[in-house]
Design a protein around this ligand. Structure first.
Ligand SMILES: C[S@@+](CC[C@H](N)C(=O)[O-])C[C@H]1O[C@@H](n2cnc3c(N)ncnc32)[C@H](O)[C@@H]1O
Ligand code: SF4
Length: 461
């Protein structure tokens, strides 16, 4: 970002409201129980007619200890036996889902997320991948993007070698912060040595992309302390990608977050300073700021896809595979098939109960209407590319942009006056300050968020 970024208190207060992260549009709060297994089947039929490659997401929810900031769908347990019935159900679900899809369709993208996927043992990892390969055709190593989230406290060199052997070629590691005070305050004690050992093992095993997760906005963090963590990350780990997540503080929804002292959290002003400084530090070190939370080296697929106008957003953040329909497997998983999103049962008992009856575990979802598809195209374009070519979008969507989005124009004019965007009849261009507030800009095009944002989403700053 070359332009100067300046925020005064008034701007921060005005824009620091709750908003979605747009990993889908409509967002998950719009999913409803009218969407059933039958609705899913209709969308699968449509998807098979359209064809194209597939993407698989597996949710492995277990974690050994809880991190106080965590907003993921997880189950905390020391009892490793809990994974056994869960994995048996997952194997069953793989077979049920695979039977619905045209067997000629190749899986080009596969992801194990959590929770902590490496909670399960090596034998269980082998079996899960073997069952997947038994039912789906996976692309070869050069053409497939097969990724896994790793907690470095739960993986050693042998685990990393095994994961490469069974087919993974991309890895992301949860780090969050190297500072010992921050680690103590969030109950995640993880030494630099153990993190770097996993990074080295991933390199030695030829993982194609190594990504690290950090979070800003945690207790005790300051611009200086976070800059020190970043320095260690850049020089010690030298990852291909970095996610610098904006800490989502929603203690009403995630009770464990109440374990942290609210007074020790950085203010929105400090958070913005940390973000701005991180962008400067990482771009000086040769990374490209992709957008909302994500950075990548210029030759990494994400940066290349953005450069070529081919970036897409999905539940794992940014993605290069817009053409894949996504099958969600496991408790709480979200899928995106044809013109729909669907989510699996949200408790492990309900999930098990569906599979006991040999039924899909679909709990809720949504079929997109024509307006949803138009708004999704606009929001995706803005969040992935920070620019909207109005003429192209009018042709693609068969609309008159100014008429269709007349309601959004007063907000766009305000964003212009505040230096977040510039716009004319041909283009909306998001400026440097606006890139940090891209969620606010997208909300101007979001039919649903205007009324609902407050209780359901985290603050955008
Ligand atoms: C499922 S975890 C990654 C795998 C593994 N469980 C771990 O923690 O290493 C996904 C990532 O979500 C991010 N995360 C979790 N809770 C968050 C929150 N409240 N706000 C922002 N990011 C969060 C963390 O950076 C974490 O690494
Ligand atoms: S951050 Fe990762 S390890 Fe920590 S509780 Fe959340 S999912 Fe589990």
């Amino acid at each position: 970002m070359e332009q100067t970024v300046t925020f005064d208190l008034d701007l921060i207060q005005r824009y620091n409201k709750a908003g979605p992260r747009y990993t889908s549009y409509p967002t998950a709060v719009e999913f409803n129980e009218n969407f059933t297994a039958e609705s899913y089947q209709q969308q699968v039929d449509l998807s098979n007619q359209r064809g194209g490659p597939l993407s698989l997401y597996f949710h492995l929810p277990f974690c050994d200890t809880v991190c106080f900031y965590c907003a993921c769908n997880k189950i905390i347990t020391k009892n490793r036996q809990h994974a056994v019935p869960y994995l048996n159900n997952l194997h069953k679900e793989i077979a049920l889902q695979a039977a619905l899809f045209d067997s000629k369709r190749t899986v080009e993208q596969l992801h194990w997320g959590g929770g902590t996927p490496t909670f399960i043992n090596h034998q269980q990892m082998r079996e899960l991948m073997a069952v997947t390969r038994q039912h789906f055709t996976l692309a070869d190593d050069n053409n497939g993007e097969f990724s896994i989230e790793i907690d470095p406290r739960e993986a050693d060199e042998k685990t990393i070698a095994l994961l490469r052997e069974i087919g993974f070629n991309r890895i992301s590691l949860g780090v969050q912060d190297f500072n010992p005070f921050v680690q103590k305050a969030v109950n995640r004690i993880q030494s630099e040595t153990e993190t770097l050992a996993v990074v080295d093992a991933a390199r030695a095993n030829n993982f194609r992309s190594i990504s690290l997760d950090l979070i800003y906005g945690l207790p005790h963090q300051t611009p200086r302390s976070f800059s020190q963590t970043l320095d260690k990350v850049i020089h010690g780990a030298n990852p291909d990608r970095l996610s610098i997540f904006n800490y989502a503080h929603m203690p009403e929804r995630f009770k464990v977050q109440r374990q942290m002292n609210k007074d020790e959290l950085p203010t929105p002003e400090v958070k913005l300073e940390i973000l701005h400084q991180s962008i400067d530090q990482l771009t000086s070190a040769g990374y490209v700021y992709i957008g909302m939370d994500h950075f990548a080296k210029p030759d990494d697929e994400l940066a290349v896809a953005q450069h070529n106008g081919k970036l897409y957003r999905n539940f794992q953040g940014y993605s290069t595979r817009s053409e894949c329909d996504l099958i969600g497997l496991g408790v709480t998983s979200i899928g995106r098939i044809a013109d729909s999103y669907s989510q699996n049962q949200r408790t492990i008992d309900d999930y098990a109960n569906s599979l006991k009856h040999n039924e899909l575990a679909i709990y809720q979802g949504i079929t997109l209407n024509a307006d949803d598809k138009i708004r999704r195209a606009v929001i995706t374009q803005l969040i992935c590319h920070f620019t909207l070519d109005i003429r192209t979008i009018e042709e693609e969507l068969n609309i008159n942009f100014a008429t269709y989005f007349a309601d959004a124009y007063p907000q766009l004019d305000q964003f212009s006056r505040d230096g977040l965007i510039c716009h004319d009849t041909n283009e909306i261009k998001v400026l440097a300050s606006g890139q940090l507030l891209i969620r606010n800009i997208c909300m101007a095009f979001d039919f649903y968020s205007q009324q609902k944002a407050k209780h359901l989403f985290s603050s955008v700053i």
